[in-house]
Design a protein around this ligand. Structure first.
Ligand code: ADP
Ligand code: MG
Ligand code: MG
Length: 889
C-alpha cells in the first residue's frame, strides 16, 4: 500500500484517497497549470492513524523519499539555513469542509533559516512576517495555544506603533513580535517552538489528522451528512509568497457568480498578503476585476486558466491563487458551491454551451435546491425601515430576533424563538449558532467569508459585509449609519437575495418559481425571469426521463387543483378523516353512541350525502386521473371530546345536579374507547370490521360520486384503499362487502364504475405476507410512516421530541427515519413486499404515500425498487418530479 502520492501522480478521480484538494491539485498539475510542486499523504494513512493512534510504519520513509524528490526539484532543502525550502501542510478531505480543518503555512522557518530567507528574498520584513505567521498558526493549530494570545500581541504591537494594519509593521517590529510569540508558545506549552523543520512538518501532519475529530468538524459532518470514517488527506505543498511586496498578493476567484450563475469576473484580491488574509477579512480586499490594473499579465493568465478549468471540469470552479512577484500560482480549485438559483441557471447554460447534456444537467441540481427556490420572498413594497445593506451571500428571506452570540442563538431557538445571528464576522466556533438561526448577518467579510461559505452550504439565509452597520457584541447591539440602535431581541429581517437589512418584520410574497408552477408566470415570455426559464427547462428534462409517476396527498378540491397545476398525476392519498371533522363531528358522535341499529343507520345516512359531495368535487378536480381514497383510519376517540375535559364538565354538572344525559353517555363511550396505545388499537380496517355499516357507507359515497361524475360525462378513476391491514382475511371480508355495495350502485345507476380495491402496506405483518395479501388487492400503497413506526417500534408522535436529538448526536442515524426512508430496515421490507406482491399478481400497482414520497433520497429508493408512483403533499410535487427524473437519468 502506497501512502504518499506526488502531485504528478494523482488525478481528480482519486478524491477518496487524496481528498478533494489533493486530487484537484494533481489534476491541475497534469493540466500543465502552474501549481507549486508537492505531494499528498492519503486518507488511508489518516485512517490507520485514527484507528491505532499511530502513523503507519511505512509512512515516515515514504514521506522522506517524496521530500527528497521535492527538494531536488526545488533546488533547496526543507529548512536549509541559507536558503530554506518552505512548505504548507494542508488538510483536504473528500468533501470540502470550509474552515473546519487547519492549514499551517511557512513550515521550515526557524531562527536560522529566517535569516537565510531574508537574504534570498532581499526582504527582511517579508521573512519575519512569514516566521511570525508560522509560529502563530503552528502554535494555535498544532500546539493548541489559544489564538487570542497571538492576536492580542499583534494588536498591541500595532497599537504601540500607532498603525492599524499589519503591513505597516516593519522588519524590526515583526522580529520583536516573533520573540513575543515564541515566549507565548514556551509559556503555554512548556516547550520551545520546534526549530527542526522535519519535526515541524511531522507534527503538523499529525495535527491535520487529529483535526478530523474536532467537535466542530464532527458537527459539520453531521449537518452535511458526511460519513465520519473517511479521514482526511494531507497535502504538503511548496510555499509561494503573496507577501513579498506590492507586486505580490493572494486571491480567490469564481468562474461564474456563485449567487446568480451569471458569467463574469468574480472574486477578491488582496495585495501583499498571504493565505487566509483574504477570507479572514483582515484588510479590505479589492474586486478581482481591479487586478487587471494592478498586474495585467497575471490577470490575463488567470482568465485563461479559469476558462481552461471551466471547460475541463464542465462546471463552475472556485479557485485560490497567489501572485509572487508577478508570477501567478494556482493553489486550489474545486467545483464550487453555489446558490440554488445559480445551480439551475448554470446547468442550463452549460447545456447551451454544449458542455453537458440534459441527463448531466439533471445531476447538477437537486430537490432540496428546488424546495429552497419555492420559499417565499420579502415584499419589497412593504413600509418597513431599511437600515442597511450588505452582500447577498445566501438567498432567502429570514425574520427573527437579533442575537449577538452563538450561545444566545442556540438558547433562544431552543425555546422556540426565531433568531437572526448577528456577528462582526463568524468563525467556526459560531457553527452551532448558525445552525440554530433563521439567518446570519455580518458586518465584515465578502462572498468568500466564513459566514457566506458556510451559510450557502447549509442553505441558510445570509447577508455579510454590511459595513455601515456597527456590531458591538459586548454590548449586544448594532448601530446603523444614522445612529439607530438595534438591541438584542429586536426583530430584524434580512434578505439574502438582495443583501438588504430591515428593522422589523417584512411581509413575504411567493417566489417566482411558485408563481410559475401555479401558472401565474410563464416561462415562455420574452421577459420571463431567467430562473423561471431554467427551472422550466430542467423540469421538462426530468419529466421526459422519469419512470415514477407523482401523485398528491390531497383531500379537498382546492388542494387537488393546486396539485394538478404542480404536475400531479393523480391523488395517491385522500384521507377521509378530515371529512368527519367540524360540524360533522356531531354525526360521528351519534354514530359512536348509537345503541340501536336504527340509530346507527340514521347517523350513517346523515354522513352519506356529505361524503358523497366531497368525493364528487374531488373526482371533478382530478378528472381523468386516479384518486386513491383511504377509508377511515384514525382511532375513534379522536372524534370525541378530550377525556379530562369531559370528565371535569360532567363532574361539575353533577355537583350542580344538572348532568346532561348526552354528556353522561358520551363520557361512558369515551371511557370505553380509551386505549393505552391508540395507534396500535381500534383503527383502520379494524374499525370497518367492528362498526357495522361504516365502510359500506364510505364505499357507497365513493361509488355514487363516481356514478354521478360518469353520468355527467366525467372520467372518475377512484381507487378504494383499506388502511392498516395485517392479514389477507381482513381484506377479504371488507372486499366482499365493498364489492356488493359497488354492484348495487352500478346496477341502480346503470354504469360500470371500474373501481379498484387495494390496501396499504403499513404493518410488518402485511409486508411479510404481501404475497397472500396481493390475492385480494388490486394495488398496494406503502404507508411508510406507520411502517417506520411499527418496524422500529418508534412512536412517531413522541420520539422526535424526546430522544432523536441524542440519537442523531451519537450518530446512530444521520437523519430521522421518518424523514428519509431507512433503506436497510424499512426499505428492505418495502422491497421484498413489492416483489412478493408482484409474484402473486404481476399487474399489481405499487405506490407510496406518506412523508417519504416527497423526500429526495427516498424517491431514489422507490425508483430503485420499482414502484409505480410516489405520493406527497402538493407543495413537494415539483421536488418529487425532479428527483424521480434524477433517479432515472
Ligand atoms: P482551506 O481548506 O482552509 O482553504 P488551504 O489549505 O487551502 O486551507 O490553505 C489556507 C490558505 O493558505 C489558502 O488561502 C491557501 O491558498 C494558502 N496556501 C496554502 N498552501 C499554500 C502555499 N504552498 N503557498 C502559498 N499559499 C498557500
Ligand atoms: Mg483553500
Ligand atoms: Mg397509516
Amino acid at each position: 500500500q502506497k501512502f504518499v502520492y506526488d502531485f504528478t501522480e494523482g488525478n481528480r478521480d482519486l478524491k477518496d484517497l487524496l481528498g478533494g484538494k489533493g486530487a484537484n491539485l494533481a489534476e491541475m498539475t497534469n493540466l500543465g497549470l502552474p501549481v507549486p510542486p508537492g505531494f499528498t499523504i492519503t486518507t488511508e494513512a489518516c485512517k490507520v492513524y485514527l484507528d491505532s493512534g499511530e502513523e503507519p510504519a511505512a509512512l515516515r520513509d515514504e514521506v522522506s523519499a517524496h521530500l527528497v524528490a521535492l527538494e531536488t526539484t526545488m533546488g533547496k532543502k526543507l529548512g536549509q539555513a541559507d536558503d530554506p525550502l518552505l512548505v504548507s501542510v494542508r488538510s483536504g478531505a473528500k468533501f470540502s469542509m470550509p474552515g473546519m480543518m487547519d492549514t499551517v503555512l511557512n513550515i521550515g522557518l526557524s531562527d536560522d533559516s529566517v535569516v537565510g530567507l531574508a537574504a534570498q528574498a532581499g526582504d527582511e520584513r517579508f521573512a519575519w512576517d512569514s516566521y511570525r505567521r508560522l509560529i502563530q498558526m503552528f502554535g494555535k493549530t498544532v500546539l493548541g495555544v489559544d489564538g487570542e494570545l497571538f492576536e492580542e500581541a499583534l494588536e498591541s504591537a500595532k497599537h504601540a506603533k500607532g498603525v492599524t494594519v499589519d503591513v505597516d509593521l516593519d522588519a524590526g517590529d515583526l522580529r520583536k513580535l516573533v520573540d513575543e510569540f515564541k515566549g507565548i508558545v514556551a509559556k503555554e506549552t512548556g516547550r520551545d517552538f520546534p526549530q527542526d523543520a522535519r519535526e515541524q512538518m511531522d507534527l503538523a501532519v499529525r495535527a491535520v489528522f487529529d483535526s478530523w475529530n474536532t467537535d466542530r468538524a464532527k458537527l459539520y459532518r453531521r449537518q452535511e451528512r458526511i460519513p465520519g470514517d473517511l479521514g482526511t488527506a494531507v497535502n504538503v505543498c511548496s510555499m509561494v509568497f503573496g507577501n513579498l511586496g506590492p507586486d505580490s498578493g493572494t486571491g480567490v476567484a469564481f468562474t461564474r457568480d456563485p449567487a446568480s450563475g451569471q458569467q463574469g469576473v468574480y472574486g477578491d484580491y488582496l495585495q501583499n498578503a498571504q493565505g487566509e488574509d483574504v477570507v479572514a477579512g483582515i484588510r479590505n480586499t479589492v474586486p478581482l476585476a481591479d487586478l487587471e490594473g494592478i498586474d495585467k499579465p497575471s490577470y490575463d493568465e488567470l482568465m485563461r486558466i479559469m476558462e481552461t478549468l471551466e471547460t475541463h471540469y464542465k462546471d463552475l470552479c472556485d479557485i485560490e491563487f497567489t501572485i509572487e512577484r508577478g508570477k501567478l500560482w494556482m493553489l486550489q480549485t474545486r467545483v464550487g458551491k453555489r446558490t440554488a438559483g445559480a445551480a439551475f441557471r448554470i446547468a442550463t447554460q452549460l447545456v447551451d454551451q454544449g458542455l453537458i447534456d440534459e441527463a448531466e444537467a439533471l445531476q447538477r441540481v437537486n430537490g432540496a435546491q428546488l424546495a429552497q427556490l419555492m420559499f417565499p420572498r420579502f415584499d419589497e413594497s412593504a413600509a418597513v425601515e431599511k437600515i442597511g445593506r450588505g452582500i447577498a451571500a445566501s438567498p432567502g428571506a429570514a425574520v427573527g430576533k437579533a442575537v449577538f452570540d452563538s450561545y444566545t442563538a442556540v438558547k433562544w431557538s431552543r425555546s422556540g424563538e426565531k433568531v437572526i445571528l448577528i456577528r462582526r464576522e463568524t468563525n467556526p466556533d459560531d457553527l452551532n449558532g448558525m445552525i440554530a438561526a433563521e439567518g446570519i448577518l455580518t458586518s465584515r467579510g465578502g462572498k468568500t467569508s466564513h459566514a457566506a461559505v458556510v451559510a450557502r452550504g447549509m442553505g441558510k439565509t445570509c447577508v455579510c459585509g454590511a459595513e455601515e452597520l456597527e456590531v458591538d457584541t459586548k454590548r449586544r447591539c448594532l448601530t446603523t449609519k444614522d445612529g439607530t440602535v438595534v438591541q438584542e431581541g429586536d426583530v430584524v429581517s434580512i434578505d439574502g437575495s438582495s443583501g438588504k437589512v430591515y428593522l422589523g418584520e417584512v411581509p413575504v410574497v411567493p417566489s417566482p418559481v411558485v408563481e410559475y408552477f401555479e401558472g401565474r408566470m410563464h416561462a415562455g415570455a420574452d421577459d420571463a425571469d431567467e430562473l423561471v426559464k431554467a427551472v422550466h427547462r430542467i423540469m421538462a428534462y426530468a419529466d421526459r426521463v422519469r419512470r415514477l409517476r407523482v401523485r398528491a396527498n390531497a383531500d379537498n378540491a382546492e388542494d387537488a387543483a393546486r396539485a394538478r397545476r404542480f404536475g400531479a398525476q393523480g391523488i395517491g392519498l385522500c384521507r377521509t378523516e378530515h371529512m368527519f371533522l367540524g360540524e360533522r363531528r356531531e354525526m360521528v358522535e351519534r354514530l359512536i353512541l348509537a345503541d340501536t341499529e336504527a340509530d346507527r343507520d340514521a347517523a350513517l345516512d346523515g354522513l352519506l350525502p356529505l361524503q358523497k359531495a366531497d368525493f364528487t368535487e374531488l373526482f371533478e378536480a382530478m378528472d381523468g386521473l386516479p384518486v386513491t381514497v383511504r377509508l377511515l383510519d384514525p382511532p375513534l376517540h379522536e372524534f370525541l371530546p378530550d377525556i379530562t375535559e369531559l370528565s371535569v364538565r360532567v363532574a361539575l354538572a353533577e355537583a350542580r345536579q344538572d348532568a346532561n344525559e348526552n354528556d353522561l353517555r358520551l363520557l361512558q363511550a369515551v371511557h370505553k374507547l380509551h386505549e393505552q396505545n391508540p395507534m396500535l388499537g381500534l383503527r383502520g380496517v379494524r374499525l370497518g370490521l367492528v362498526i357495522p355499516g361504516l365502510f359500506a357507507m364510505q364505499v357507497r359515497a365513493i361509488a355514487e360520486a363516481a356514478a354521478e361524475r360518469k353520468n355527467a360525462k366525467g372520467d372518475p378513476r377512484a381507487e378504494i384503499m383499506i388502511p392498516l391491514v395485517g392479514t389477507v382475511q381482513e381484506l377479504e371480508i371488507v372486499r366482499e362487502e365493498a364489492e356488493r355495495v359497488i354492484a348495487e350502485v352500478e346496477q341502480a345507476r346503470g354504469v360500470n364504475l371500474r373501481l379498484t380495491l387495494g390496501t396499504m402496506i403499513e404493518l410488518p405483518r402485511a409486508a411479510l405476507t404481501a404475497g397472500q395479501i396481493a390475492e385480494s388487492a388490486d394495488f398496494f400503497s406503502f404507508g411508510t410512516n406507520d411502517l417506520t413506526q411499527t418496524v422500529w417500534g418508534f412512536s412517531r408522535d413522541d420520539v422526535e421530541a424526546s430522544f432523536f436529538t441524542a440519537y442523531l448526536e451519537k450518530g446512530i442515524f444521520g437523519v430521522s427515519p421518518f424523514e428519509t426512508i431507512d433503506r436497510d430496515g424499512v426499505g428492505s421490507l418495502v422491497r421484498s413486499a413489492a416483489e412478493a406482491g408482484r409474484a402473486t399478481r404481476p399487474d399489481l400497482k405499487l405506490g407510496v404515500c406518506g412523508e417519504h414520497g416527497g423526500d429526495p433520497d427516498s424517491v431514489h429508493f422507490f425508483h430503485e425498487v420499482g414502484l409505480d408512483y410516489v405520493s406527497c403533499s402538493p407543495f413537494r410535487i415539483p421536488v418529487a418530479r425532479l428527483e424521480a427524473g434524477r433517479a432515472a437519468a
